[in-house]
Design a protein around this ligand. Structure first.
Ligand code: ATR
Length: 303
């Protein structure tokens, strides 16, 4: 049976490739410290198949796991039950082993990325109410966050701009189709997919801009004109850095955007929701976030 007693060591892990860099063990140990729980949380490098690594882990007593790049789709295929948001995102970042009444174990897959972002935007007082929001990029990260933004934030409009426009359109179509089939109405005036070039004349058109491309990793900027930033009150990069600024947030700041943040809070936020799924305990995100900033600072100083 899954261990839920706080004094017995609960066995968790993060699966990915690469996985060495993952901050998840430190984040979850900090949550466990808050709750007063004993935890083992290892990093498992998936060299061959996610399924065989995961089965080995669970048969050894694993209670749940996180999944990072590039295994989120494999985890989606692996589980026997999916939450709505994992279903729409077509990606699973959290698995919990549950037991049916007859004692049979089954795996539930969730995707906490969108809620993690949303909780961070709320924490940062992002002006979401009635906002015209622009998301740059249409990869896995965007697929994960759009369902939450469409259902939880009271947006005026949502635009996804991407180098490959069809991917942005696909996210909007599959997400809205999903909700239509479930008879969930989305109270939103405008949804749009476009290219970066289409934004050239969109000066002042967006209140909030989220960078969900992988460009910051290489210190590169999305190909949008300076005018697109003008009028924005809040920008957020899903990528995180040691000091909380990325090329994208620096650019926005230089152009006069009042509030600009990196994605460390989203990372801690999505982890907190995983932890809640496993143990029912809601960690204090702000405390762990502060801890993680100092961990990153120490790491940078040690280099
Ligand atoms: P993730 O899971 O982090 O979202 P991903 O699924 O590989 O990663 O998506 C990366 C995003 O960054 C995509 O929107 C990608 O644009 P395409 O869909 O057109 O590939 C974007 N991206 C990556 N490199 C880029 C580049 N050099 N120029 C513009 N966009 C780029």
């Amino acid at each position: 049976m899954a261990v839920v007693d706080k004094n017995e060591t609960a066995m968790l892990a993060v699966f990915g490739n690469p996985v060495e860099h993952s901050l998840s063990p430190i984040i979850h140990q900090h949550f466990a410290h808050q709750e007063g729980r004993k935890l083992s949380y290892e990093k498992i490098l998936v060299a061959k198949s996610f399924e065989s690594s995961a089965l080995e882990f669970f048969s050894a007593g694993g209670l749940g796991c996180n999944i990072t790049v590039p295994c989120k789709l494999d985890a989606y295929a692996f589980v026997s039950e999916l939450t709505d948001r994992a279903q729409i995102a077509h990606a699973v970042n959290t698995i919990k082993l549950k037991y049916a009444d007859d004692g049979t174990g089954f795996y539930v897959g969730d995707n906490t990325d969108g809620e993690g972002l949303f909780s961070d935007l709320v924490r940062l007082d992002c002006p979401l109410d009635g906002a015209r929001i622009l998301i740059l990029g249409a990869g896995g990260a965007t697929r994960g966050i759009v369902p939450t933004l469409l259902t939880k934030a009271k947006l005026k409009s949502l635009t996804i701009a991407n180098r490959t426009v069809s991917k942005a359109q696909d996210i909007l179509t599959t997400t809205t189709d999903f909700y239509r089939k479930k008879n969930i109405s989305l109270d939103l005036h405008e949804l749009k997919a476009c290219s970066y070039e289409d934004l050239a004349t969109a000066g002042g058109a967006f209140d909030v801009i989220l960078n969900a491309t992988s460009l910051s990793l290489n210190h590169e900027l999305p190909a949008i004109t300076d005018e697109v930033y003008s009028g924005a009150r809040f920008v957020y990069d899903l990528f995180y850095t040691q000091d909380g600024s990325t090329v994208f947030t620096q650019k926005a700041k230089a152009l006069g955007v009042a509030a600009s943040y990196d994605g460390l809070g989203m990372l801690v936020g999505q982890a907190a929701l995983s932890y809640k799924m496993w143990f029912g305990f809601t960690p204090d995100i702000a405390k762990t976030l502060e801890h993680m900033r100092s961990v990153l600072k120490q790491r940078a100083a040690a280099k």
